[in-house]
Design a protein around this ligand. Structure first.
Ligand SMILES: NC(=O)C1=CN([C@@H]2O[C@H](COP(=O)(O)OP(=O)(O)OC[C@H]3O[C@@H](n4cnc5c(N)ncnc54)[C@H](O)[C@@H]3O)[C@@H](O)[C@H]2O)[C@H](O)CC1
Ligand code: K
Length: 467
């Protein structure tokens, strides 16, 4: 898997990181020691590429700069040709100690000349405002004219807690110190960070937010049968192709039995896919009385007319675990939180950015607005994108940012909705992250320029990789 983001790693905000660091100091670890560990972790990665190349280390005014001086010293001790370009003069505390321990060449940042390897130690989690024009222009110039660029903790110019673009250049590698930050996995920060390497520097980092990890996918129990593995019913609508993609995806995503409820029997498609006639909302409501249904998927290709709305209401009124996607989300709109909060059964929403903004307002980064929406609606929210944020009502969150760029093709959202239905049926709300992992992994396996149908074919292969 092209692992741009390490999996299963805690994600901490700047404030949480500082608290974790403080707890270390209280436990007796000195800031100098942490800075030495941070610098050693970055130097180790820089060495992989820097052999025989000239190195330019940018040192900012704070502790990110302190780390930078450690990196410079360690690389010079290994015989590399290192120059430090410093922003500002005397530092405070451990950063000043590290500045004084550096006895190699130092120039003022504005006098820096490009070198083959660039180490960015200007700003890390202390980034609080947009980079000034002169610093931003110089940073971009130096990165552009380097052969390899590596950022300490975060690329300078990335919003730590929301991935906002505060002037960042695109780095080849970023070494995340102690934990990932939202800035590594969201928006502009995900792009600027390049390949993210997690460096454990001995700071205990508990978090209810992690980067996505491969799900455990035990094979079905020996005595399982199609109902115990979960019956998924997919509601067909105005555009049957979308719901059929979702239904076939559920079949390959591990469901024991998949039904497609619609107006006309499909004239082709897997025989394993059972069709049930439901010509209108009333006949759908009757079908939904079947207690064997473990999960319901509605929205792909549903349509937005009165009949579609009536079908959605029938699904919402049922007491089945429910995946709402596409048109169902658009029809819910701003009423989503209030309408869903009353549901007792598990509800999963799979909005893309536009659908999300029509349902939930709120400012702040994608992680915080999605967590707030999950809390208010009582639903699991899968806020899709190159940085998909999954948030549960109890505050837990997972971010998936390894997906293939080829997922930007029609029907892949329908496939995800079907996978969520299968995982909801098999493992309940907690299993939803597994659907996103399977979707992303199947896309990587499908290679370039796949169609949604090819994506479904790779899901069992991705499942086979799970323990
Ligand atoms: N948390 C850990 O486990 C460790 C963190 N380390 C490193 O410390 C930095 C965070 O250091 P801090 O001093 O808090 O902030 P920065 O160095 O990122 O920023 C310095 C300073 O710069 C000012 N500032 C903010 N934005 C701008 C701007 N746009 N232009 C100019 N100046 C700006 C602001 O006052 C900041 O305080 C962390 O990333 C790690 O690299 C430890 O060394 C190791 C353990
Ligand atoms: K940095």
């Amino acid at each position: 898997m092209t692992q741009r983001i390490p999996s299963g790693v805690p994600i901490l905000t700047a404030e949480a990181m500082r608290a974790a660091e403080q707890a270390c100091f209280v436990a007796g670890v000195a800031q100098d020691e942490l800075m030495e560990r941070a610098g050693a972790a970055v130097a180790r990665e820089a060495l992989r590429f820097a052999k025989g190349r000239a190195v330019l280390v940018l040192a900012g005014p704070g502790n990110n700069g302190g780390d930078a001086y450690v990196v410079a010293r360690l690389l010079a001790e290994r015989g590399l040709d290192v120059t430090v370009a410093a922003l500002g003069g005397e530092r405070k505390g451990a950063a000043e100690t590290m500045r004084q321990r550096w006895d190699g060449p130092t120039v003022a940042l504005q006098d820096a000349e490009p070198r083959a390897v660039l180490v960015d130690g200007l700003f890390g989690t202390g980034m609080s405002r947009t980079l000034s024009d002169d610093v931003r222009e110089l940073l971009h110039y130096l990165v552009k004219h380097s052969e390899f660029s590596i950022a300490i903790d975060l690329p300078s110019g990335v919003g730590t807690d929301d991935g906002a673009d505060l002037g960042a250049a695109h780095m080849d590698v970023t070494v995340a110190l102690g934990a990932l930050k939202p800035g590594h996995v969201l928006g502009a920060g995900l792009i600027a960070s390049g390949h993210v390497i997690y460096a454990d520097i001995g700071i205990p980092c508990a978090s209810d937010c992690h980067s996505i990890a491969q799900p455990e996918q035990a094979a079905p129990a020996r005595d399982s049968h199609k109902y115990s593995r979960g019956l998924v019913l997919v509601v067909e609508g105005a555009m049957p192709g979308a719901s059929r993609l979702a239904a076939r995806s559920a079949l390959h995503g591990g469901a024991g039995y998949v039904m497609l409820a619609g107006a006309n029997q499909p004239d082709r498609g897997p025989d394993a896919l059972v069709f049930r006639k439901a010509a209108n909302a009333d006949s759908l409501a009757t079908l939904l009385e079947d207690e064997r249904i473990a999960a319901l998927v509605i929205g792909p290709g549903l349509g937005r007319d009165a009949e579609s709305r009536a079908r959605m209401e029938a699904a919402l009124d049922s007491e089945h675990p429910l995946v709402l996607d596409g048109d169902a989300l658009t029809m819910l709109g701003e009423a989503a939180a209030e309408r869903l909060y009353r549901r007792k059964a598990a509800t999963v929403l799979t909005p893309h950015a536009g659908e999300f903004s029509r349902m939930f307002s709120g400012d702040g980064g994608k992680l915080s607005v999605t967590r707030e929406a999950a809390r208010r609606s009582g639903a699991v929210i899968v806020h899709k994108g190159p940085d998909t944020v999954i948030a549960w009502p109890d505050g837990r969150a997972v971010v998936a940012a390894n997906g293939s760029r080829w997922l930007s093709t029609a029907g892949t959202g329908d496939v995800l909705a079907g996978l969520c239905g299968a995982r909801l049926a098999v493992g309940g709300m907690d299993a939803i992250a597994g659907a996103i992992w399977l979707h992303g992994r199947a896309a990587q396996l499908a290679g370039p320029a796949f169609a949604a149908d090819d994506l479904i074919a790779q899901v069992p292969v991705a499942l086979g990789e799970c323990r």
